[in-house]
Write a protein of this length. Structure first.
Length: 110
């Protein structure tokens, strides 16, 4: 039913010489604009599309670099913890050595 209504409207518009001339003028205007600026618009659209792709690639690259940096940060944190544990172990050994030296001196003084 809707198609019949639309078809009827279009038929009346096409039958009216003034309306037909207006439609033809609009179509000619669109063709003229496309012929005049269409190539430029399409070229600019291609450039914009290429720039968008380039930006997407750069975003992906930055994401990968960020992930890599995060992994390196985690690795450094683990190394820091390991070094802290080694420092504690060395401090404990230093205390043990100091205690043994003290015991040795005390034994020698006896």
């Amino acid at each position: 039913e809707e198609i019949k209504i639309i078809t009827g409207i279009l038929h009346e518009m096409g039958a009216d010489p003034e309306e037909r001339k207006r439609i033809e003028n609009e179509a000619e205007f669109v063709r003229t604009i496309d012929a005049t600026y269409g190539i430029q618009i399409r070229e600019q659209a291609k450039i914009i599309e290429e720039q968008n792709k380039s930006l997407e690639e750069k975003d992906k690259s930055l994401e990968e670099k960020n992930k890599s940096l995060e992994e390196k940060d985690k690795s450094l944190e683990e190394k820091d913890k390991s070094l802290e544990e080694k420092d504690k172990s060395l401090e404990e050994k230093d205390r043990e050595i100091a205690e043994l030296k003290r015991l040795l001196r005390d034994k020698q003084l006896e």
